[in-house]
Design a binder for this molecule. Structure first.
Ligand SMILES: [Zn+2]
Length: 251
């Protein structure tokens, strides 16, 4: 008994020590284990939560549901593709419309440029009744400095081309006259007018009405006297028929 008691007395602290030592060892392992567990936590936690909450049956989808989802996804994809195709078609159509519009604008500008560069006869549907340089006592220079267009009094007189009015009013033998500086730097003059419809500084375009024909000044009857000049002044005349023809007018 004494042995038992003695050994019991001796062994008890030993057991305690061993137990403490083992416990310390377990604690050390546990500490290591915890670190390891932390890094693996998401997978474990997810697995655990599934098992614990009983969500597994919900997540495990039946084949028909999967098919439905696949079909829905396919439908959505097709719809997205259709929308993209429609958007592309819309963009293409818009670009085409823009191109067509730009072409129209260019064509309109070209037509306007052409119009502004194209001359017309000063009197529509008329003819030259007296030619350039025709001799006669009627003209102070001894020869006709322009051409006469047959026109009854009050016939519309047109600017032959684009230009700016540089003078209007009484021109002596020319009666009421208008002088226009043309876009090409030359001048045109319109005489014997019964009425003047433009003023100095005014821009005119081909065919624009500038006045009415008449018989004012030194004339035997109503007609339009027309001159082409290198300056605004009398005496700088050039062949008006050649000038008009150069600009496409058939006279
Ligand atoms: Zn004349």
């Amino acid at each position: 008994m004494a042995f038992m008691c003695a050994s019991g007395k001796h062994r008890r602290p030993g057991r305690v020590k061993r137990t403490t030592a083992q416990a310390a060892g377990i604690a050390a392992l546990t500490t290591t284990g915890v670190i390891g567990t932390v890094s693996a936590a998401p997978a474990l936690a997810a697995e655990n939560s599934v098992e614990q909450t009983g969500l597994t049956p919900v997540i495990t989808l039946s084949d028909s549901v999967v098919e439905q989802i696949d079909a829905q996804a396919a439908t959505q994809k097709a719809a997205a593709e259709r929308k993209a195709a429609e958007e592309a078609a819309r963009k293409k159509a818009a670009e085409q419309a823009k191109k067509e519009h730009e072409a129209k604008v260019r064509a309109a500008r070209a037509a306007e440029r052409k119009r502004l560069n194209t001359f017309v006869a000063p009197i529509s549907d008329s003819y030259v009744s007296t030619g350039y340089k025709t001799g006669g006592s009627l003209w102070s220079s001894g020869a006709h400095t322009g051409i006469d267009f047959h026109a009854a009094s009050g016939t519309v007189v047109h600017a032959v081309g684009t230009g700016t009015v540089v003078s209007t009013g009484w021109g002596g033998a020319y009666g009421n006259e208008i002088v226009i500086k043309m876009a090409d730097g030359m001048y045109t003059q319109y005489g014997h007018l019964s009425s003047i419809g433009v003023s100095v500084g005014q821009k005119v375009t081909p065919g624009q009405q500038i006045g009415l024909s008449g018989a004012t000044g030194n004339t035997t009857g109503p007609h339009l006297h027309f001159e082409a000049r290198t300056t605004p002044d009398y005496g700088s005349d050039i062949d008006p028929v050649a000038y008009l023809r150069k600009h496409g007018v058939n006279v």
